[in-house]
Design a protein around this ligand. Structure first.
Ligand code: HEC
Ligand code: HEC
Ligand code: HEC
Length: 385
């Protein structure tokens, strides 16, 4: 090798010389960094070639890290899309804009600026969108999902929404992201600056919760959001506080709760505890074939696996329930199922109250079939039991 390199040039490449050259290159790089001559300011844009290179690297990386991602078959489900849209208004629109809502001039001067997703979404495959939303993009300002490992189900709800975004009208967007609330309700720092102080929650924070849960706590769009009306005040406050500090994982609820002081979370818990429990108008009907099996599990538990009867803690029963145990009667089956699978999977626990460890020990004894059955049973009960 050295013979070939030697031809015409009187330098022999020896391991020692190669080592010195490498050290010199590192030293030159450090000296350049130390000098401050490299311009990191966002006001100077990338050269077109740098832009092209960085984007090319990003595309390749996203493609590689999407290998093995399995796309679920329910991405057309209206409830899933509405849940993703609700979060899009909280966590994405401030950078990317939304139908009828232009991007802030502040984000136009980011480098790179967050792109217009209406045009970009069709250039990606569904699995790629999942990877981008789950993991974010380093060196760009595009954040990863809060609780990205635990809540892939939530990431998929945002992907389901993104798939519908191209060509969406402002009215369609408003219905999906805001429900019956008006524009002032969009979560974010700006909204917090307004609103009267007084008894009960502030108008602007309640309006933000109501985009998804309604002012009556019954949610909207079928089973898109859990029913929170009529839960005990203790349970609601503990759940909200746990979300706020990331103890109960949710990339949708954590940003909504974390920006509020505890006094406000307490006022919201009181508000929703005082709403009458009722069945949401468009709640899906639970599968009647499963209800009877579910009832046996709830009343008697499963002896073979040592699963206790759910009823002893969650009712329905004539005796008053411990306020730390949530009411499950009339809750959406899909929500209960998701929660039970999360309790099973998450080793550092979910829930927010003092007895949350108990529930994990119950959940991991249940089979997927038992979970489906017991969720259908509780969903079939009249709310408020
Ligand atoms: C703080 C600003 C910011 C927030 C918040 C943000 N993004 Fe981004 N996003 C960016 C930037 C900047 C890029 C460009 C990355 C690049 O080109 O390398 C980007 C890129 C993307 C892309 C890839 C588009 C493309 O082709 O380059 C998608 C999809 C996306 N974001 C979706 C979302 C979703 C969904 C949310 C909310 C969960 C979100 N973003 C929140 C800044 C943001
Ligand atoms: C973008 C939609 C959205 C917004 C805004 C939102 N929530 Fe939620 N909320 C959800 C979703 C989705 C869940 C289920 C999360 C999970 O899987 O843990 C949830 C769960 C909850 C729970 C737990 C229910 C239970 O049975 O354990 C409470 C309590 C709650 N939200 C209250 C609120 C309050 C109060 C606000 C306003 C500060 C709010 N939410 C804002 C979507 C939202
Ligand atoms: C010994 C009491 C106890 C028993 C028995 C019990 N649970 Fe629980 N359950 C709890 C506690 C405590 C929580 C969590 C409260 C918190 O968030 O701190 C909980 C939470 C839940 C949740 C989450 C509710 C929500 O709104 O997010 C579901 C779903 C649930 N339990 C289902 C069941 C089912 C199904 C059974 C029967 C197989 C069962 N539980 C048996 C005590 C119990």
């Amino acid at each position: 090798m050295s013979g070939f390199l030697n031809r015409g040039v009187n330098v022999r490449v020896t391991p020692k010389r190669a080592g010195i050259a490498a050290v010199a290159a590192v030293a030159a790089g450090l000296a350049f960094g130390w000098s401050g001559l490299f311009n990191i300011s966002a006001s100077t844009k990338h050269w077109p070639v740098t832009d092209w290179f960085l984007h090319w690297v990003m595309i390749n990386s996203v493609e590689t890290w999407s290998i093995g991602v399995e796309v679920p078959d329910n991405l057309d489900d209206r409830a899933l899309i509405a849940r993703g849209a609700g979060h899009y208004a909280t966590g994405c629109a401030s950078c990317h804009g939304a139908p009828g809502r232009p991007r802030s001039p502040l984000t136009d001067v980011m480098s790179p600026p967050p792109p217009d997703l209406d045009a970009k979404v069709p250039t990606w495959e569904t699995a790629h969108l999942f990877t981008i939303v789950k993991h974010g993009v380093k060196f760009s300002g595009m954040p990863a999902w809060v609780s990205f490992d635990e809540r892939e189900d939530e990431v998929w709800s945002v992907v389901a929404f993104l798939k519908k975004l191209p060509g969406m009208t402002p009215d369609e967007y408003k219905a999906l992201a805001m429900g019956a609330e008006t524009d002032g309700a969009v979560g974010g720092l700006v909204a917090l600056a307004h609103g009267p102080q007084g008894r009960g929650p502030r108008e602007d924070t309640l309006a933000d919760c109501a985009r998804c849960h309604g002012r009556d706590g019954l949610g909207r769009d079928g089973d898109a959001f859990p029913v929170i009306a009529g839960q005990s005040e203790d349970y609601l406050f503990d759940a909200l506080s746990a979300y706020a500090v990331g103890k109960r994982h949710s990339g949708i609820m954590q940003p909504a709760a974390a920006r509020l002081p505890y006094s406000e979370l307490a006022a919201l818990a009181e508000h929703y505890a005082n709403q009458p429990a009722a069945r949401p108008k468009d709640a899906p009907t639970p599968d009647p074939a499963l209800v009877a099996t579910g009832e046996t599990i709830a009343r008697e538990g499963v002896r073979a696996t040592g699963t206790p009867a759910c009823q002893s803690c969650h009712g329905p029963s004539a005796a008053a329930r411990n306020p730390a145990y949530p009411s499950l009667a009339g809750q959406h089956a899909s929500y209960l199922e998701t929660q039970l699978h999360l309790w099973e999977k998450e080793h550092d626990s979910r829930g927010g109250g003092p007895f949350r460890e108990i529930m994990r020990k119950v959940a991991f004894r249940l089979t997927p079939e038992e979970i489906r059955a017991v969720a259908a049973y509780y969903a079939s009960l009249p709310p408020g039991k």
